[in-house]
Design a binder for this molecule. Structure first.
Ligand code: ZN
Length: 108
């Protein structure tokens, strides 16, 4: 899946659509319009099916030891996020629910 890069708001009063705003007299920073709604945008891009919208890591009940280890790994990852410098990747058969509950949990 290819996602579009975040674009600044064309009518933004802070950056005028450039994506940069002043931060002090002689410095610039990314405009607040680039980060506004980031959580909602990430959640929408995760394309979580409606029937799983209420699901989270806390409500996930492992069905086997492999799922229990995956849940424990995800919990440790989320406790350290965003200060952790490695990613987390789960692989499984198509239609596996693992990516769904992790996506939902990590967006909170
Ligand atoms: Zn802006």
């Amino acid at each position: 899946m290819v996602t579009e890069p975040v674009k600044p708001e064309p009518e933004c009063p802070h950056c005028g659509g450039t994506g940069w705003e002043r931060s002090g007299q002689s410095s610039m920073r990314h405009c607040r319009c680039l980060t506004a709604g980031r959580s909602d945008r990430l959640l929408a891009e995760a394309r979580i099916p409606r029937r799983y919208e209420h699901c989270g890591l806390d409500s996930f009940r492992p069905n086997d030891p492999s799922q229990a280890r995956a849940k424990a790994d995800a919990s440790r990852f989320l406790e350290k996020y965003p200060t952790i410098d490695v990613g987390l990747l789960f692989l499984g058969p198509a239609a596996s629910e693992r990516p769904t509950w992790l996506s939902r949990s990590s967006s909170r």
